[in-house]
Ligand binder design. Structure first.
Ligand SMILES: O=C(O)CCC(=O)C(=O)O
Length: 340
């Protein structure tokens, strides 16, 4: 097992055994949509090539310090709200808890927008995030999920090996993982299997055969404000830890509108509602950081959403279905809910 720090993770040329065992002969989309012109906030061709080859790329220091500070404060508030509601609250389906050693531990908050802080929208509308999304999905990018996952201080719940979603790979589908705290090997840093994104992987077999130390697996070490972009098919997870520091990560998933239209699982109305988050995010970012560079959104007229007058109603656009992923548990539950 290899430890990847932010210094050496950027453009690693390591050839992963996953490429050999799972990916040989598979095709994957590698071209950036031609309509996207380049701005300083876009990814470089080398970063895109690294992402396509390995299934992830590390972007050190991507989030400006003032936005990072607002996100750290907002995350404290989201976690405090979930704790105040408690694990069994009917009002709290967005706050997820695991049972560990008989105690309940919160580890996840879903649907961050509309939970009291505009910081999640400021992040969504930032060039730091949308520059990544446009580089990989093109201008008609759809923000499809937003959540906060954390390893609680002293007792971090496991997120078992999984592929977030398995899909035909006609387009890139990816998560932008924004680190609010340092992430260290041995303290529940994300483990990634480079090259495993090119085909479906039997994660149960992987778990049985190797546990957390499959060949070629890296633990990605990051600093607050760093971003890890991961392909939703790259096998990843993080083990349960004790005695660890708090590690909070915001996950924003993006897909191209064209990909969802062709392959589902959502309909045009749901995509339109999700797209309405983007003008709200752009406005929130421009309002909070008027002196900073703003993202120039080039969405095509067919997908540009009509905004309603009720911005609050636009903020929690839930999912009735999910793209199937690859998880090692009945019912495709992407985490270890019960652990002693
Ligand atoms: O932050 C982590 O340790 C992993 C989170 C994750 O992969 C997920 O929620 O799908």
């Amino acid at each position: 097992m290899i430890r990847v720090s932010r210094k050496n993770a950027r453009l690693s040329t390591m050839r992963s055994p996953f490429v050999r065992s799972y990916g040989e002969g598979m095709s994957t989309l590698t071209s950036t949509p031609a309509s996207v012109s380049t701005a300083p906030y876009h990814l470089t061709p080398e970063q895109i090539a690294h992402f396509d080859a390995h299934g992830y790329v590390v972007l050190p220091g991507r989030i400006p310090a003032d936005l990072l500070a607002r996100l750290q404060k907002a995350a404290d508030e989201w976690i405090a709200t979930g704790r105040a509601l408690g694990p069994d609250s009917p009002e709290g389906p967005d706050y997820q808890w695991a049972t560990r050693g008989g105690a309940r531990r919160m580890f996840r908050v879903d649907y961050l927008h509309g939970k009291g802080s505009p910081a999640s929208l400021e992040l969504l509308g930032s060039p730091a995030v949308l520059g990544i999304a446009e580089s990989l999905a093109g201008a008609d990018l759809v923000p499809t999920y937003e959540s906060l996952v954390f390893k609680d201080a002293g007792d971090g719940a496991a997120i078992d090996w999984h592929q977030d979603a398995v899909h035909p790979r006609t387009h890139r589908i990816f998560n932008v993982d924004v680190y609010l705290d340092a992430s260290r090997a041995g303290e529940g840093a994300l483990r990634v299997a480079p090259g495993s994104h090119l085909a479906p992987v039997d994660v149960c077999q992987l778990q049985d055969e190797y546990g957390w130390d499959a060949p070629g697996v890296v633990q990605v070490e990051l600093e607050p404000g760093d971003v890890l972009v991961h392909d939703v098919m790259v096998v990843h997870g993080s083990e349960a830890v004790t005695g660890n520091r708090l590690r909070r990560t915001i996950y924003y998933e993006f897909r191209a509108a064209e990909q969802i239209q062709a392959e589902g699982p959502w309909d045009a109305e749901w995509v339109d509602r999700r797209m309405r988050l983007l003008p709200l995010g752009l406005e929130a970012h421009a309002r909070r950081f008027p002196e900073q560079e703003q993202f120039r959104w080039n969405a095509s007229p067919q997908v540009r959403p009509e905004m309603s007058d009720d911005a609050e109603a636009e903020l929690r656009i839930a999912h009735l279905v999910h793209s199937p992923g690859s998880y090692c548990s009945a019912g495709s539950v992407p985490f270890t809910a019960d652990e002693d």
